[in-house]
Design a protein around this ligand. Structure first.
Ligand SMILES: [Zn+2]
Ligand SMILES: [Zn+2]
Length: 356
């Protein structure tokens, strides 16, 4: 298919400025794409990175239980992928993935039904869950894992999500992954985290409100609208039967990528077995291309999905956002919430598409 040159459709064609402001279709927020100070894609790979070295001998995730963590909440074994925990020394050696409670949890047991007062303020118990999803290999992060293992990671996300969403104090579940020290990882061994909370986070609220408003105004999903456009545009990086990976028109950071189910789906946890495999492939492809193209950048990724508070979110479209650590928020970003990217997402997609 001929890829149309979207620039020709622009009203201000031929006008080359130092930068452009792009408006996010969902949140209404603006970002700056500073094309005037544009860097080539490869420039992001050259940035000096401190290697995040933690020797296996000091790694608390080689044998999480021996390092003082509780029994696994979920464990997959090498040969037989889903058995509930029966810990014998032999079995522990053979685990392939395990989910444990975070040793230093952000949330824990509590009563989420009470709101307390303290002068003009309100507060409540930090009631919720904080879990860690650990894959077995000390070195191999998701970009380097075979597809079967990536699928296990996604399956663990889904299993824990389905289990925790039933809890009365759980109204939103955030699943995220920090890779590299600059992205906030304190343990080098690859792991993801899950935090289940009683309140709706403000970013999610804004994202839901934006999607709802667009749905009301246009009678269609804002994300489906973007997907239809991105599929044919120059920002698509990878796609398979069920998922699409693209560099968003309004990135919040250089090299940001998003993964969407191609069909309109509101809930991550309702993914079928078949879809899950395709999601694993899309996630691996996105991370592998960043790994190769930018020489192992630090990154965060997280899932944005409909809350599990029992309300109707059928207008929402779940997705994964991947944010490589390509910039540091400074005064302007902190003071305004406007981020500056020094590379166009069109360049990013072109660069990452070519990576084999
Ligand atoms: Zn380790
Ligand atoms: Zn949609």
């Amino acid at each position: 298919m001929q890829i149309p040159d979207f620039r020709k459709k622009r009203t201000r064609k031929g006008f080359k400025n130092v930068s452009e402001l792009r408006k996010d279709l969902v949140s209404g927020e603006w970002v700056i794409i500073a094309t005037g100070r544009a860097k080539r894609p490869k420039a992001y790979a050259k940035a000096k990175r401190k290697k995040f070295n933690q020797p296996i001998s000091k790694c608390p995730f080689e044998d999480p239980q021996a390092s003082g963590n509780g029994e696994p909440l979920l464990i997959y074994y090498e040969e037989d992928k889903k058995k509930k925990v029966k810990r014998s020394n032999k079995k522990v050696k053979e685990w392939s993935l395990q989910v444990i409670q975070n040793k230093y949890p952000a949330l824990g047991p509590g009563d989420c039904s009470k709101i307390y007062k303290e002068g003009p303020y309100e507060l409540m118990d930090g009631a919720g869950f904080h879990e860690v999803i650990i894959t077995r290999d000390h070195e191999k992060h998701i970009a380097l894992l075979p597809l079967d293992k990536v699928e296990e990671v996604v399956r663990a996300y889904q299993e824990r999500y389905l289990f925790l969403k039933e809890h009365k104090c759980v109204n939103y579940i955030s699943i995220f992954h920090n890779h590299g020290r600059e992205a906030g990882a304190s343990i080098a061994h690859p792991h993801s985290q899950l935090i289940a909370i009683p309140v709706l986070p403000s970013d999610i609220k804004r994202s839901l409100q934006g999607a709802k408003k667009y749905y009301k105004d246009h009678k269609r999903c804002v994300h489906c609208t973007m997907l239809k456009w991105e599929r044919e545009e120059r920002r698509c990086v990878f796609q398979n039967e069920y998922f699409i990976v693209y560099a968003p028109f309004v990135p919040r950071t250089a090299f940001e990528l998003r993964i969407y189910p191609r069909e309109h789906k509101s809930n991550f946890e309702e993914m079928t077995d078949k879809e899950r495999r395709y999601l694993a492939e899309a996630l691996k492809e996105a991370l592998r291309r960043l790994y190769k193209g930018l020489k192992d950048p630090a990154y965060n990724f997280f899932i944005h999905t409909a809350p599990c508070d029992g309300k109707d979110y059928s207008y929402y479209h779940w997705h994964v956002e991947i944010w490589p650590k390509t910039a540091i928020w400074a005064g302007f970003e902190l003071g305004t919430g406007i981020e500056i990217s020094t590379i166009e997402p069109e360049e990013v997609a072109k660069f990452l598409r070519k990576i084999k």
